[in-house]
Write a new protein. Structure first.
Length: 167
């Protein structure tokens, strides 16, 4: 049985007790979270969030890419979120690579020159990366200046969050 088939079987069980169909499209806590896609981290659980509380936007590295910012703009302007948090984490895969090395490795592996995506957003300083993401969000012209944007680092060994002061 494939993993997708296992998931479909699990979904059948989920449907039997499903009771979330009446949740509003606007998040109850008026919060948007931009975080890494790392499979070890259940951000909803570590933040005490329940279904319907917040928008969760996840990508490799918890990076404020054009698409992540697009989602944050929709979250605020169409669905009334009023606060944004950004979470990176220790032991992130993007901390272990250099941008050019990754591009070259993939080009060699695939036998074709590098194309899209233009950037993987590899980084070597976790706190500085969080600050850069905060800055990207705060300085976007369509994110209002009154919206709080805060950044955190999640420790994968302890589960603790540490706030990263913005510059």
């Amino acid at each position: 049985m494939s993993v997708a088939d296992e998931l479909l079987k699990a979904n059948e069980e989920f449907v039997r007790s499903f009771n979330l169909g009446d949740l509003a499209v606007q998040p109850r806590r008026r919060l948007a979270v931009l975080a890494c896609m790392d499979s070890r981290i259940l951000f909803e659980r570590c933040l005490g969030l329940r279904p319907g509380d917040a928008h969760m936007i996840r990508n490799a590295g918890g990076i404020a890419t054009e698409d992540a910012i697009r989602s944050l703009i929709v979250s605020h302007h169409l669905l009334d979120t009023q606060e944004i948090i950004i979470i990176n984490h220790t032991d992130c895969g993007l901390l272990r690579v250099k941008e050019e090395e990754l591009k070259n490795k993939l080009a060699d592996k695939m036998g074709t020159p590098f194309g899209a995506p233009a950037h993987f957003h590899a980084f070597d300083n976790l706190e500085e990366n969080v600050r850069q993401q905060i800055d990207r969000v705060r300085t976007h012209p369509w994110i209002p200046k009154h919206i709080p944007v805060r950044g955190f680092i999640y420790d994968v060994k302890t589960g603790a969050l540490k706030e990263v002061p913005a510059t």
